[in-house]
Write a protein that binds this ligand. Structure first.
Ligand SMILES: Cc1ncc(COP(=O)(O)O)c(C=O)c1O
Length: 441
């Protein structure tokens, strides 16, 4: 089991998160239930923020990559922790603004931002738009001109760094829908294009090499390549890169074999990046840029767990045992998408050692609706509470109402007390948007 700060087994043999007994949480709020430990989230945010404050004189900003888990409470925590946020849709922007998040600390991403999303971003006066296509540069220019404003922008460049992670979450390889390739000249062409616009203020460059990456070297290489590109743009066009956004992507512990990095250990990633920025800028004769970082998974991933109740248990002799729970791909589609690995345990018998390997199945009408295969568990019975660990990132945010299942609520735990941060859906919510034309009544 993960022995991280977030989790422990209490005297009753129950799993505890943030001082709250998971069996009690399941009783009080029902299952399936996403549970988040507030302290862990805050500690992660402050580790990154403090590194910039202490090692780079505060000349930078951590942006919480809110795609990992977007709800009002997350933006409120980020606001209190004095960090920024990255949003990738009008919906995330709306949620952030509804939570009172300062617009100037919001960066907007997306490879195909819609015209209405760009309009909403400009109207809200967000800090920066990260441009990802020529058409988008035209659109932002036109919309900013119509509003009589000049918008700060970055260009998402693709430095061609291959990170060791699942191909679906690698984003800076030559064949990617994201960014402008440095190698094929597109990044330079885009730079020239943006510099020619009177309502865009080019601040610098952004890259994000992928997600669930553990090697510091990949990040360091990306920074080196980005600064080399910045130097080229300075020499050729006199452009001074004022901002360097290094993206997110730091890996977290999901299961046996993954590195267990303590909260404080994440500082080393940022220290390595800051060190590289300093040495490379000195070597290349560049002004030290304002730096940005966009961690998502590492801030909320291990802070969250999902609680389920065991229903049907089915053994197929000689093949496998299915332990079915009251959730599934509608609250966690990551096994279906990436064959992601997870660790599960019985929250009501958390002190028992695993005795068998089971497939944890969901309740959707898909054979592939699994949360994991060959997961070590004690013999599970109907009514047991299963906790799946490290489900804080890209679970709720990827949840759906498939099969008209209800997306589970989320609670935030602090000092043993839990409160809703996402309320339970109801059947009424499911039919709210449905319409019956007269001919069908
Ligand atoms: C542009 C950008 N920034 C930041 C992130 C966050 O990455 P992670 O959650 O792995 O830290 C992503 C994830 O896809 C991204 O696309």
């Amino acid at each position: 089991m993960n022995t991280r700060e977030t989790l422990k087994v209490n005297k009753a043999g129950h799993l505890e998160i943030g001082g709250a007994d998971c069996v009690e949480l399941a009783k009080q709020f029902g299952t399936p239930l996403y549970v988040y430990d507030e302290k862990h989230i805050r500690d992660m945010m402050s580790v990154y923020r403090d590194a910039i404050d202490e090692e780079y004189d505060g000349r930078g900003l951590v942006l919480y990559a809110s795609k990992a888990f977007s709800c009002k409470a997350m933006y409120a925590i980020a606001r209190q922790e004095r960090i920024g946020a990255d949003v990738v849709s009008g919906g995330e922007l709306y949620t952030a603004l509804q939570a009172g998040f300062p617009a100037e600390k919001i960066y907007m991403h997306g490879n195909n931002k819609l015209p209405n999303e760009i309009g909403e971003a400009l109207d809200a006066k967000i800090g920066c738009i990260v441009l990802d296509s020529f058409a988008e540069a035209e659109l932002v220019e036109r919309e900013a001109a119509a509003r009589g404003m000049v918008q700060n922008v970055l260009i998402r460049i693709n430095p061609g760094v291959e990170a060791h992670t699942h191909e679906f979450v690698q984003t800076a390889t030559p064949d990617s829908k994201f960014g402008f390739s440095v190698a094929n000249g597109a990044a330079e062409e885009m730079t020239v294009c943006v510099l020619g616009k009177s309502h865009l203020r080019l601040r610098g460059f952004h890259s994000h090499i992928g997600s669930q990456i553990f090697e510091k070297d990949s990040f360091v290489l990306a920074v080196q390549k980005n600064l080399a590109f910045a130097k080229q743009m300075k020499e050729k066009y006199g452009f001074v890169c004022e901002e360097l956004n290094m993206g997110g992507g730091f890996g977290i512990w999901y299961a046996e074999g993954d590195a267990k990095i303590p909260v404080s250990g994440y500082r080393a990633y940022l220290s390595a990046l800051i060190g590289t920025v300093k040495t490379e800028c000195a070597r290349l004769g560049l002004k030290l840029p304002y730096i940005l970082l966009e961690p998502g998974r590492s801030i909320v991933g291990e802070a969250g767990i999902t609680l389920y109740t065991v229903g049907a248990v089915k053994e197929i002799p000689g093949l496998r045992k299915y332990v079915a729970v009251d959730g599934g791909m509608f609250d966690n589609p990551r096994y279906c998408l990436y064959r992601s690995r997870y660790t599960a345990l019985l929250a009501n018998r958390a002190d028992e050692a695993p005795t068998e390997l089971v497939s944890l199945a969901g309740k959707c009408c898909e054979s592939g609706d699994l949360i994991g295969v060959d997961m070590p568990l004690p013999k599970a019975e109907r009514g047991d509470i299963v906790a799946v660990l490290s489900t804080g990132a890209y679970n709720y945010s990827m949840a759906s109402n498939y099969n008209r299942n209800l997306i589970p609520p989320a609670v935030l735990v602090k000092d043993g007390r839990a409160e809703y941060i996402v309320r339970p859906q109801t059947y009424e919510d499911l039919v709210r948007g449905d319409a019956l034309p007269d001919s069908l009544k």
